[in-house]
Design a protein around this ligand. Sequence first.
Ligand code: ADP
Ligand code: GN1
Ligand code: MG
Length: 366
Amino acid sequence: MEYDLKELFERFTTDGTYLSGEPFGSGHIHETFHIRTVEEDKDDYLLQKLNSKIFRNVPELQDNIERVTVHLHKKISAIPGSDIKRECLQMIPAKSGKSWITDSNGSFWRMFIFIADHRSYDIVDSPGKAFEGGRAIGRFQALLSDLPGKPLFETIPSFHDVEKRIDGFMRILREDPAGRVKATEAETYFILKRTDDMKIIHKLGREGKIPVRITHNDTKFNNILFDANDKSLCIIDLDTVMPGYFHSDFGDAIRTGANISAEDEKNLLKVKMDISLFAAYAKGYLSEMSNTLNDVEKEYLAFAPLLMTYEQSLRFLADYIDGDKYYKIHHEHHNLERTRAQIRLLESMEEQYGAMKKIIEELLLN
Ligand code: ADP
Ligand code: GN1
Ligand code: MG
C-alpha cells in the first residue's frame, strides 16, 4: 500500500523538514516507516500505522503509552549520565493535540523520535548481548513498578492467558476455517499433549501466589535496542505494557534471545536453545530483579521460557489453521514453519530444563 508519508508526517508537531520515508524493521504487527529529515542536526522519526484489528481501542492504548513513557522519562532523566533521547521512547504529539492521527481510510498513525545509531538483534550471538538484554528488561520492570494512577488498560484482553489461548485453539480446530487441520495433526498433537503442564503459572496466579505486576508482555529480543557498543539502550514496542506476570517477559526474551537460529528457521536441525545465552540473560535479569521477585516467582522462573515458547507455538499454529489472519506472513506456509521451529525450540528447552533450573538456583544463591 502506498501512503503519502510526507502529508502524514506534517500533521505531527515535528521539528525538521521531511526528506524521505521508507519501511523499517522486522515487526510482525504494525506498518513502520523511518522518516528522515533534511536537517543534519534534527531528529529522524519513526512513523507507524497501527494495526487496529489487533489493538481495538487506540485512544486507551495511546494513553497507556503516554503514561508509561512520561514515567520512564522522569525516572531515567534522574539517573546521572543518562541519555534520555536514546534511552526512552518519546511520542510526538499531533498538531490536533492528540498523540495520534487518522487518515482518510480511518487508519490510526502515531510517531516517535527515531532512536539514532541503534542496533537491534533478531538472533543473539554472544552472552554479552544476552546479559545486557536481561539487565534492560529487569530495569524496565523495576522502573515501572511504581507507576502512579489506575491500572493500565488491557490493550489485548487475556493476551498471555494460556488457558484462554488453549480454549481458542480448540474452537479453531473444531471450525477448521481454512481446511488445514488434517495437515497439522502432528503439531496439534504436540500442543494438546502439554495443555495441563502449561497452566501452572496461571493457576498460581489465581491462587494469589504469583502477583500481577506491570509487564511489557512482548519482550521479543528485537524490542530491545542496543547502542554501537552493544550496551542495551531502550525498550521499544510498548503496546502491550499492561498488567501481567513477570514470567511472560522473562520467558519471551529467552525464547527469542537464547535461540541460536531464527524464529522461523526451516532447517530444524539448526534450532536450539543455547544454555550459555540463557545463563547470561538470567544473570543480567536477576542483577536488577532478584530482590523484587517473591519465592514462588523465583521457583518458576526457569519454567517461563518453556511456557512462552509453548504459547508462541500454539499462537502460530492457531493462526495458520485460522487462515493467517493475525501475523504478517511473507509466504504461504510461513506460520506453519514458524510453528515447527518453535516446537523444536521447546523440545530443546525441555531437554535442558534440569540445567536451566540449576542455573537459576545458583544465581539466586549469589
Ligand atoms: P511491531 O509491533 O510491528 O513489532 P515495533 O514498535 O516493534 O512494531 O516497531 C517495529 C520496528 O521499528 C522495531 O523492531 C525497531 O526496529 C523499529 N523501531 C521502533 N521504534 C523505534 C524508535 N523509536 N527508534 C528507532 N527504531 C524503532
Ligand atoms: C508480535 O510486534 P512484534 O513483532 O514485536 C506479537 C508478539 C509475538 C511475536 C512473535 C502484539 O511481536 O506477541 O510474540 O510477534 N505481538 C503482538 O514474533 O501480538
Ligand atoms: Mg516489535
